[in-house]
Design a protein around this ligand. Sequence first.
Ligand code: ZN
Length: 320
Amino acid sequence: MASTNGLSNARATHPLFSFGVITDVQYADIPDGHSFLGVPRYYRHSIQVLRRAVNHWNNIKKLKFSMNFGDIVDGFCPRDNSLAAVQKVLDEFHNFNGPVYHMIGNHCLYNLPHSDLTALFKIPSLHGEAYYEFSPSPEYRFVSLDAYDISVLGRPRDDPRAAVALRFLEDKNPNIDKNSPVGLAGLEKRFLMFNGAVGKEQLLWLDNVLKESTEQGQKVIVGCHLPLNPNSATAASLLWNYEEVMEVIHRYKCVKVCFAGHDHKGGYSVDSHGVHHRVLEAALECPPGSDAFGYVDVYHDRLSLVGADRMVSTEMIFES
Ligand code: ZN
């Protein structure tokens, strides 16, 4: 007990900055349902979770920004209501007293094209891509990856990236229904249509950002809708080329924590290079009256996720 107190006393108690987190709101104006595996889903309640998150973020302390890890609307949302549903969720986010950064998830892409979402989410990227980076403090950079860069979802049929994704799926998944994992073993279960990959140009961009961050002595927090580590998430939820992304990340020592959504139950692990992987619990699966959101206090030697209710608090300590 005494040594624990001694350790915490030795650490800074005032964060460099803090930011809000929420994922998988998956709002739709439809009755409650279940996931493929029978887990209850509360499509109308989830926007109330978001409303309470924004209230919490506005009242608890000064947050620099908030981060939405994707899937703001559900695939079951009636198509003629997609734009209105997305707008309704964005209106809730607009009540936050600060900037909100978004990631595109598969459920967003069942509703609207990739290019429309990039514009609606006001994604702060160059060249209209959905990946971006920013520095919330001189000591830190936040890198947000686009997990649906290479995907059959949300791209026009004649888009070369959709063609690459289709060929990839045809090669890796023997089923007619490319969302079926039948016949896929272990980590191959990720080769499903509802997942995607980070493309070559984005990988080069990531390498460049991490190189620059290293040169400038900055630490990096990575966000991606799809998880990047098999020990923090189910195989069926992983980014198709998570190994390629992690190979780039492990070239440098600047990335300290990777956050993701998509795998609703949440998870946490530390990889062989000491990078923390935290998959966040979904707002969609909160029974009425319960919550899943939080905020992260960022220190020079750790990130402290303070979760509300079903979002598990996590202390992530690293070599600074
Ligand atoms: Zn998802």
